[in-house]
Structures are given as structure tokens and as C-alpha cells.
Design a protein around this ligand. Structure first.
Ligand SMILES: NC(=O)c1ccc[n+]([C@@H]2O[C@H](COP(=O)([O-])OP(=O)(O)OC[C@H]3O[C@@H](n4cnc5c(N)ncnc54)[C@H](OP(=O)(O)O)[C@@H]3O)[C@@H](O)[C@H]2O)c1
Length: 277
């Protein structure tokens, strides 16, 4: 098993420096794929009520024989459940699906500013944290203004903001805000989900220079930025490949060259307007 370094969160908890995305890993095949990830060493597992696979994540943990307390199980509150009481009820649904007492990292999946209830949901997260049912309260896809509103109205900075982040969308300004507020950045779609990123000449050159694969070079770029990537793979070999990022470092010039590939979001996932329920 790989020894994955831990990152410190602002609430005193820790987060493995890389995790396993599980979107699309469902059914028996999904349980087997998540189980293979656990066997390779992943302890941060990223799911959501809306992925329809919380049951699979919980089952893979139980079948693994690994102590439950080694895991940082992440799930997310869907848009249709925003609001204080609705959030508490949604949490119970997720917890039941997972078959776990506690969700280690609970995120508001999208801010949905038009609905205007994300602060109420975050207050419910803090209540769950107080009750020991959630270890860390975080958010996903939040903008600077939305983060500052949470801090202003609740006095608590989210532990994590999980956002779209890859060399085609490096989010420099938002990462600076995270640093200022003590929020750890998690990267979704860390591989840009598309082959084009892995075919970029600067990525291929850096990979060749370090004797690693383009995927490993891109994941290492996230670590150099201080972000926690959650690459998804359903394939045991690629899962292992994605953990092979701790034996080398990128130079400052390589990091800058990757960041200069900026071209924009993968799809129109603008948190100001995107609505997902
Ligand atoms: N908070 C949010 O709103 C949000 C949004 C999107 C995603 N997420 C989370 O972020 C996770 C990751 O994002 P994502 O799944 O969209 O994109 P991703 O991790 O960037 O890319 C996944 C794709 O890359 C392939 N892949 C993985 N490792 C590879 C390797 N070593 N070599 C070649 N191909 C490889 C996978 O195929 P194989 O499976 O066949 O290996 C899959 O097609 C999701 O699973 C989910 O947990 C969160």
C-alpha cells in the first residue's frame, strides 16, 4: 500500500493528499472498482447523493477489511435538499445509503445562488459537526463571494472547496482566496477528463523528463499547487498509476507551463448560474 501524505484542515482534521473519484462507479462492478482502489491505498473516497453510488462506497469499505477510521468518506448535499431541515434529512439519507455512522467530509455540491439557501445548509453542516456526525464541513463549486458570505454569516470557513481544476482551468484567483481563508482546494476533473490535456506537448515533455506518465505529471502539478486531486478511474492499473506521484517533483517552470495551458472550463459549470438538483 502507498503511504499517502496527509494535509491539515482548518478544523484540525486531515485529508489524504490524493483521493479516488467515484462518479459512474455503480453496481457490483462499481464495488469491485472502488475495492481495487482501496487495495491500492486510496483512503479518501469521493461520492455524492446524486452519484447514486453511496451504497457501493460503503459496501466497498466494509468488504475491504480496512479499519473504517482510516477513511475520509466524502459525500455531497444535492441542490434539491438546500435549507436547514432539508439538509439534516438529506444527511440521514446519505448516511443510510453509506451504512456509516459518520460522513468524514460533507460538501454542499453546488451553491445555487438563485435558491439562496446555502448559508442555511452550511449552518446545518455545523450542527452535524457539533453532533459528531460530520467530521469536516465543506463546500464545492463556491465562488469567492459565496465563500466570504459563509464566513461572514457563520463565522466558520469551510474546510474544503472542491472545484473544477486542471491545467486548462487552473483557477489561480480562487486558489489565492482559499489560501487567505485557510480552505483546502480539492480538484474535480483533475485530468481534465479529456485526452487533449494528456497530449499537450508541455505535459508530454515534462512526463518524459521525469520518467513518468502524462497523467502522473498532471496529478503532480495539482500537488505542487497545494490542491488535493480526486481522479476517477475504474481500472485497477490506472488507479495505481494515479498514486505514483510522490516520488518526483515538477520544476517551477514546468508548473508555470502547465498553468499557462489555461483555456477555460470543460463545460459551462459556472457556479453563479449552474443549477443541479
Ligand atoms: N463537485 C463536483 O461538482 C464534481 C464534478 C465532477 C466530478 N467530481 C468528482 O471528481 C471526480 C473526478 O472527476 P472526473 O471523473 O469528472 O474526471 P477525471 O478524474 O479528470 O477523469 C476521469 C477520466 O480519466 C480516465 N483516467 C483516469 N486515470 C487515467 C489514467 N491514468 N490514464 C488514462 N486515463 C485515465 C478515466 O477512465 P477510466 O475510469 O477508464 O480509467 C475517466 O474517463 C469524479 O469522479 C467525482 O468524484 C465532482
Amino acid at each position: 500500500m502507498t503511504d499517502i501524505p496527509l494535509r491539515q484542515l482548518n478544523d484540525g482534521s486531515t485529508l489524504p493528499a490524493i483521493g479516488l473519484g467515484t462518479y459512474g462507479l455503480t453496481g457490483e462492478d462499481g464495488i469491485a472498482a472502488i475495492g481495487a482502489g482501496i487495495a491500492s491505498g486510496y483512503r479518501l473516497l469521493d461520492t455524492a447523493l446524486n452519484y447514486g453510488n453511496e451504497r457501493e462506497v460503503g459496501e466497498a469499505i466494509r468488504r475491504s477489511g480496512v479499519d473504517r477510521d482510516e477513511f475520509v468518506v466524502t459525500s455531497k448535499l444535492p441542490g434539491r435538499h438546500h435549507g436547514y431541515e432539508e439538509t439534516l434529512a438529506s444527511f440521514e439519507e446519505s448516511r443510510k445509503n453509506l451504512g456509516l455512522e459518520r460522513i468524514d467530509l460533507y460538501l454542499i455540491h453546488w451553491p445555487l445562488p438563485r435558491i439562496g439557501k446555502f448559508v442555511d445548509s452550511f449552518r446545518a453542516f455545523l450542527k452535524l459537526r457539533e453532533d459528531g456526525l460530520v467530521r469536516s464541513a465543506g463546500v464545492s463549486n463556491f465562488t469567492e463571494a459565496q465563500l466570504r458570505r459563509i464566513v461572514l454569516e457563520t463565522g466558520v470557513a469551510p474546510a474544503v472547496n472542491q472545484v473544477e481544476l486542471h491545467p486548462h482551468f487552473p483557477q489561480a484567483a480562487l486558489r489565492k482566496v482559499h489560501e487567505e481563508l485557510g480552505i483546502v482546494t480539492e480538484s474535480w476533473a483533475p485530468l481534465g477528463k479529456r485526452q487533449e490535456l494528456l497530449d499537450e506537448p508541455v505535459v508530454r515533455d515534462a512526463a518524459a523528463a521525469h520518467g513518468v506518465t502524462p497523467t502522473q505529471a498532471v496529478l503532480r502539478w495539482h500537488l505542487e499547487l497545494g490542491a488535493v486531486p480526486v481522479p476517477k478511474s475504474g481500472d485497477a492499473e490506472r488507479q495505481r498509476e494515479n498514486l505514483g506521484v510522490f516520488g518526483f517533483t515538477l520544476t517551477g517552470d514546468e508548473v508555470s507551463a502547465f498553468s499557462a495551458l489555461e483555456s477555460g472550463r470543460l463545460w459551462d459549470g459556472d457556479p453563479e448560474t449552474h443549477e443541479e438538483f
